[in-house]
Design a protein around this ligand. Structure first.
Ligand SMILES: CC(C)(COP(=O)(O)OP(=O)(O)OC[C@H]1O[C@@H](n2cnc3c(N)ncnc32)[C@H](O)[C@@H]1OP(=O)(O)O)[C@@H](O)C(=O)NCCC(=O)NCCS
Length: 136
């Protein structure tokens, strides 16, 4: 399987089926932030998008904020997110950024491990509020 990750403006792409969600996410990100790193993983032979990554550069803080990485369930465990993130890290380095900050739910063991395997470190705590359905 040959995977290519590339950054592109997605306006010219006409997706069908499950790819719509990848493209919608990245199109929205690029519309709001023209300098966003928006990468897609595409299977060459069938021209199918199987994963995406979106990170927002913060040049002042010399870092990128991770918005998300998503891989088509049919292609998980095959190295897609690793390839996307490695390319994202290369792009950050080229932009002079020195850190990538993202949040992963503590229940998302696969997501957490996939980050730690790449060299990400746990750097702090995130607080979350469970909002009750009714006001107390
Ligand atoms: C988390 C996610 C992005 C991983 O993508 P992926 O392309 O399947 O990951 P990779 O194939 O590159 O694997 C990277 C590492 O993740 C871990 N991993 C991947 N799939 C796994 C599974 N089913 N069980 C346990 N660990 C797994 C492994 O540590 C793996 O490294 P290894 O193959 O050397 O053991 C993908 O599962 C996904 O899209 N999940 C839903 C959205 C999400 O959680 N996004 C990320 C938030 S941080």
């Amino acid at each position: 399987m040959l995977i290519q990750a590339q950054s592109e403006l997605l306006g010219a792409y006409s997706p069908v089926g499950p790819e719509v969600s990848f493209v919608n996410m990245l199109t929205l990100v690029r519309r709001c932030h023209s300098d966003a790193l928006a990468l897609i993983a595409r299977l060459h032979d069938v021209d199918r998008i199987i994963g995406c990554l979106a990170w927002l550069p913060d040049h002042g803080a010399r870092m990128a904020h991770g918005i998300g990485t998503y891989v088509d369930p049919a292609f998980r465990g095959t190295g897609v997110s690793t390839a996307l993130r490695m390319m994202g890290i290369d792009r950050c380095r080229a932009l002079g950024l020195r850190q990538v900050l993202g949040s992963v739910s503590i229940e998302n063991l696969v997501g957490l491990k996939s980050c730690l395997d790449l060299g990400f470190n746990k750097v702090g705590w995130v607080v979350a509020l469970k909002i009750p359905e009714k006001k107390p």
